[in-house]
Design a protein around this ligand. Structure first.
Ligand SMILES: Nc1ncnc2c1ncn2[C@@H]1O[C@H](COP(=O)(O)OP(=O)(O)OP(=O)(O)O)[C@@H](O)[C@H]1O
Ligand SMILES: [Mg+2]
Length: 267
């Protein structure tokens, strides 16, 4: 018998992201995956982040970590997150170093037990790191050395984190080679882009060559934010529209999740 006694979403469930142009629901499994998202300002990146974070916040086996270079983008979720990094390079680097250590410890434990993959649980959650405006940390703030360290740490976490239960979702307005270096972007299995202003940035987000093959984010409807391409399972990008949560809905889920996670006063 299976009785639902509370929110019991899991990172191993398919998260609902919206609808494909064909009308089917977009459902995506984020466990053991990473996602890179691009798109011009106003193209719907935050909309997608909110939909994913809402489900992660209600998942028993997810610990949320937000990097919010623009501060206001992920702020609504701050109470539901275990770590919230604003536009602070030092804190961003400390957080990545901590994640790297968690990853190394988990690998040591997996290897001692001769197990290949971390199994998500409430006690040993998946760490989901959501980075809004990657560019802020890779090309705007801090010193050159700090930005390089940020890129190196992030690359290591994206490259090795999956089996250790670390999921990275990174978003940027300007998908370009300097902001998302090739060595970093090629590590992301899932790619998503809202409308872009050049075929180059469309290709940086989705992967080289897709614009020429008809998946060009310049062709997306500027009047319809959330209109986007998703490259996930199946090997071909698919056109979709991201589901939309209003500010009120976000506030409701965020405060419920914060309460569940013991973060906010009940009254
Ligand atoms: N999926 C969607 N459905 C309907 N409207 C949307 C959707 N996504 C975004 N919008 C509308 O477009 C506006 C801008 O979207 P959003 O904030 O997600 O863009 P963004 O790509 O994050 O922009 P920025 O780079 O400036 O942060 C939203 O405030 C909302 O009004
Ligand atoms: Mg945004």
């Amino acid at each position: 018998m299976n009785i639902a006694i509370g929110p019991n979403l899991s990172i191993t469930d398919d998260y609902y992201l919206g609808k494909y142009a064909t009308g089917e629901a977009v459902r995506l499994k984020l466990a053991y995956k990473n996602l890179l998202g691009g798109g011009e300002p106003g193209s719907g990146k935050s909309g997608l982040e909110n939909v994913i974070i809402a489900q992660a916040a209600l998942s028993v086996d997810v610990s949320l970590i937000g990097f919010d270079g623009k501060l206001v983008e992920l702020m609504a979720w701050a109470e539901a997150m275990d770590v919230f990094v604003g536009p602070e390079m030092r804190k961003a680097l400390h957080t990545l170093l901590w994640l790297q250590r968690v990853m190394d410890e988990r690998y040591a434990s997996l290897s001692a037990r001769k197990v290949r993959k971390h199994v998500p649980s409430a006690a040993e959650p998946v760490y989901m790191a959501v980075l809004d405006e990657l560019a802020y940390f890779t090309s705007v703030t801090g010193t050159k050395e700090e930005r390089e360290l940020f890129c190196t740490l992030l690359r290591d976490i994206v490259a090795r984190g999956r089996a250790a239960g670390i999921v990275v979702l990174a978003f940027t307005q300007r998908a370009s080679w300097d902001i998302v270096p090739t060595a970093l972007r090629d590590l992301f299995a899932y790619r998503w882009t809202g409308r872009a202003t050049t075929p180059g940035s469309s290709d940086v987000a989705l992967g080289a060559g897709w614009a020429e093959r008809g998946f060009n984010a310049m062709d997306l409807d500027p009047a319809k934010p959330g209109d986007s391409f998703l490259l996930a399972e199946g090997g071909m990008p698919r056109r979709m529209r991201v589901a939309w949560m209003s500010d009120e809905e976000i506030a409701q889920v965020a405060s419920f999740a914060a309460r569940l996670r013991g973060r906010a006063p009940v009254s």
